[in-house]
Design a protein around this ligand. Sequence first.
Ligand code: GDP
Ligand code: IMO
Ligand code: MG
Length: 432
Amino acid sequence: MPNNVVVLGTQWGDEGKGKIADLLTSTADIVVRSQGGNNAGHTLVVGDKKVVVRLVPSGILHSSSLCLIGSGVVVSPDALFGEIEELKASGITDAEQRIKISAGSSLLLPVHVAIDKASELKRGKNAIGTTGRGIGPCYEDKVARRGLRIGDLYDMEVFKEKLAALLEYRNFALKNYYGAPEVSYDEILSQVMAVRDRLLAMVADVSAILTEARANNKKVLFEGAQGTFLDIDYGTYPFVTSSNTVAGGCCTGSGAGPRHIEYVLGICKAYTTRVGGGPFPTELFDDIGEGIRARGAEFGAVTGRPRRVGWYDAVAMRRAVAINSLSGLALMKIDVLDGMDELKICTKYQLADGTISDLPPLAAYEYAKVTPIYETMPGWSESTVGITKFEDLPVNAQNYIRRLEELATIPVAIISTGPERDQTIMLNDPMA
Ligand code: GDP
Ligand code: IMO
Ligand code: MG
């Protein structure tokens, strides 16, 4: 019976992590975010209520679960308290009490948003297509060891000094390199002071809570953000986010040791999507892609941007299985493929030099040149919406899923047939 389960994206994000994290949280005591920030947008649907969480762990809808934000996360106070207000409006009034934040989490400030936007403008046609939330610049400051952390708020004298140094550096770049307006020290300081006490009241030792939870046999769910191919090391660099989105990031970003992770659930769509720039070998530019985008409502939960859409990519999946040591898959949005004549699955790549490869290249410029090699399977005309038993799926849908499983070399544990909690086929509950 696994107590420590990771849920993460195996593609380019938006796989449906929120739905599955929310579903599994009904049996979890604690839900942890270990990386990313409010670039994430995880959609939870309960009845006719839809909640999108960005920085807050998806466990927040379950009144008994504790929600932790680890030191690998970049925390924007504006985003955090904005989200807490939204949650209040939808009836969750105790969010602030149930969220605990590590003192080591990075503080994401308006200066990071300014740099993110200016640097995207400067990149012009080579823009990454970031969410514009300041994520990359905040991680830059962290790695450069000039960043501010939540724990720095304890000593305001030191905080002020560090903030002044950070802004001196960043404003120099804004003015002289980007030709953008500078940000004001006084404004940022007063914004921070306005929320300081609230933030400090949420600080806790996340790693110690996890250690104690383990001693007491509690169930912990690690909720990944973004997806494997947006990982800073293993994604399609530089068209990636700035954190480790792969399974290892759950440990470094929360302070849980790697030997304690017992199950890693990879979330993938029955097709592929991507928002922002970067290589996407199986991308569709035709009516078939339009149809999937429309039926799957493939528009970003954070920015509203239309998502790029393509066929399922088993080559990328094999890499995701290896890097994350996936135990099983949750195959999402199978219902979106209802009514299609045929479905293509990319099983191999042809590289630029003609070589046939079972694994994707690591360099983005090589990735951009691969040609997918497809096999074709017949589709199904029946509706799969809301089906809860595998044997009730049309035979062609069953065959498609079994083929994806075979290519991934790991079992499909969950199949999702709609956005709601109960629109799910649970073949093997990762928490049970
Ligand atoms: P996340 O970032 O991985 O949590 O995914 P998002 O919430 O950004 O995007 C997934 C979208 O698909 C959300 O709008 C979900 O409500 C929706 N969704 C999840 N599972 C299913 C499913 O099985 N079928 C359909 N039609 N929609 C789903
Ligand atoms: P969830 O958790 C999809 C993408 C952006 C851009 C790149 C870098 O909802 O799956 P950033 O703002 O992080 O510097 O942007 O990463 N991106 C996501 N795409 N889902 C996400 O999160 C994403 N978070 C970032 O579109 O291409
Ligand atoms: Mg999302």
